[in-house]
Design a protein around this ligand. Structure first.
Ligand code: TTP
Ligand code: MG
Length: 376
């Protein structure tokens, strides 16, 4: 029964079972700043204050991440190294050291675990924490977020940004709001107006292609989005429409899920313009393979199966996969396999809207220790 409902009995009002409205949850999203690059600058003082890009040979010529000094020049993740060097001629390329990133990842997870068991890591450097009930009995999630940021700084020598709010969607947006080394809180009072003013392109969970489609309907802000009915959104965006309907109002009921066992590692991109040529598709595939490989290396989880996902302009979707006898051992091997899966799909009359690369049949995670079960 609804909160506040009162039954009217024959002898007048009788109090029914009154359920309290659920108190708002307290969610923190933590995200390390320029993660791989900051670790490199920490461990090699000559790189501090310099524009650096972590990437290189193993990454098949794609930038994994750039230091904030390099970002000022427009260098960013998944950019081909050639373009990055062009934008920033003084750019220093540094080879990734996955063991170092993994070690920091375990350190920060240990810090999170001092406050709550409800930790949902999204990647090596990023996690949601539900601190509604917490191991320290702190009433303030903001205080916990600040304590965690302080502990991270003193124990790892690195900075993290935090977002504090009453759901995952808003906490994630908040952690980006004062990056780097920042903290931002979105309270339940602020939530709806904060989302109303937010440009659609800043909505986490709405990719560039969907954002472009929304803009073609005149939806540029959360306010515009909130003006569309649930039926209209579901008609144009399918099941995702109901998620959009909620987030436009600052509502996101997704729980923080701890201890997800990782079954696959993957990444996908929807392109702003459909791809028609084999060359364009192969070029677009490269950064995806590189990212999947980076994640696999960083997590020490190697796959035996690679799956290529292709979604066409008419939303028809196909997958092609290959399973080897042993786990993949290099980015080059993976890249060649993906190319071989892609090639037979050309020539094509239909443009390609989305490409995805997923690694599965991952190594025995249990044998690699409980910590690895966390994963992305
Ligand atoms: P992010 O948290 O997305 O980026 P970041 O930590 O480098 O920068 P920010 O301050 O904006 O949070 O990703 C974390 C790490 O994951 C990043 O340091 C490198 C790796 N990564 C890739 O290898 N490829 C990619 O495309 C992205 C986005 C990240
Ligand atoms: Mg980060």
């Amino acid at each position: 029964m609804d909160a506040g409902n009162v039954n009217i009995g024959p002898d007048g009002p009788v109090l029914g079972v009154m359920t309290e409205p659920e108190p708002p949850r307290k969610i923190i999203h933590l995200d390390m700043d320029a993660f791989f690059a900051s670790v490199e600058q920490r461990d090699n003082p000559t790189l501090r204050g310099q524009p650096i890009a972590v990437g290189g040979e193993k990454m098949r010529g794609v930038v994994a991440t750039a230091s904030y000094e390099a970002r000022k020049f427009g260098v960013h993740s998944a950019m081909p190294s050639v373009t990055a060097r062009h934008r920033c001629p003084g750019l220093i390329f540094v080879k990734p050291r996955f063991d170092a990133y993994k070690a920091v990842s375990l350190q920060i997870r240990e810090i999170f675990a001092r406050y709550t068991q409800l930790i949902e890591p999204l990647s090596l450097d990023e996690a949601y924490l539900d601190v509604t009930e917490n191991l320290r009995g702190h009433a303030s999630a903001t205080a916990i977020a600040e304590e965690i940021r302080t502990a991270i700084r003193s124990e790892t020598g690195l900075t993290a940004s935090a977002g504090v709010s009453y759901n995952k969607f808003l906490a994630k947006i908040a952690s980006d709001y004062r990056k780097p080394d920042g903290l931002f809180v979105i309270t339940p009072r602020m939530g709806p107006s904060f989302v109303a003013a937010l440009p659609i392109r800043k909505f986490h969970g709405i990719g560039p292609a969907t954002a472009a489609k929304m803009e073609s309907f005149g939806i540029r802000t959360g306010h515009n989005l909130a003006n569309r009915s649930l039926a209209w959104l579901m008609h144009h965006f399918g099941k995702a429409g109901s998620f959009y309907y909620g987030i436009a109002r600052g509502i996101d009921e997704r729980p923080v899920q701890a201890d997800r066992v990782r079954k696959s590692i993957g990444t996908e991109t929807t392109f702003p313009k459909d791809l028609l040529s084999a060359e364009a598709a192969e070029a677009a595939l490269l950064p995806l393979v590189s990212k999947a490989w980076t994640q696999s290396e960083a997590l020490h989880l190697h796959g035996r199966t690679v799956t290529l996902k292709v979604k066409y302009a008419d939303f028809h979707q196909i997958t092609r996969s290959h399973t080897g006898t042993a786990t993949f051992s290099s980015a080059t091997e993976l890249e060649n396999l993906c190319r071989a899966l892609l090639a037979p799909l050309f020539p094509t009359r239909k443009g390609i809207r989305l490409l995805g690369v997923t690694l599965s049949s991952l190594g025995d995670q249990a044998a690699e220790g409980r910590q690895l079960l966390f994963a992305f």
